[in-house]
Design a protein around this ligand. Sequence first.
Ligand code: SF4
Length: 186
Amino acid sequence: MKVLLHVCCGPCAIYPLEWLRSAGHEVTGVFYNPNIHPFKEFARRFETAVQWAKGVELSLMLDDAYGLEEFITLVKEDLKMPKRCAHCYRIRLRNVAQKAKTGGYDAFSTSLLVSPYQQHELIREIAEEVATETGVAFLYHDYREGWKRGVEQSRELELYRQPYCGCIFSEQDRYYKGAGRLLAHV
Ligand code: SF4
């Protein structure tokens, strides 16, 4: 099948691409991630995805528009997880499915399904909704079986590995431990 693979970042896409190719699929990638903030982080993940794709000879559709305003507008009524993440998954997967439809692909898939830190069942549910909406099949596979393998390969390739999920709220969750911490060091 001709498959359009959503690439959330280079390291996460390593195993999904390997699995899809080994299953005989013809794969094209697409980088569309308006959820990555701030801009320097977005640029770094974008450049890493491009670097990785060149190395594995993957044709990668690129969208380098920085989506901070688009994303904040989308999630402003639902800042907490899991509702925030549901919006985040949907906007990306809908975009990828629409590109798959326009480009005549048989199916779409996503590297988000490799991570044990993502909400796997929610991603699957939303991808199936989007498949119904667009009429393009969703190729599901539980890529988590290859998570460790992807981590090891990304380290061997010296690819940048991000320290938090992506949005500015996940950066806060990763680093901000509450008021008073900074004052304690003044
Ligand atoms: S935590 Fe991750 S999945 Fe959830 S909204 Fe932020 S970037 Fe998206």
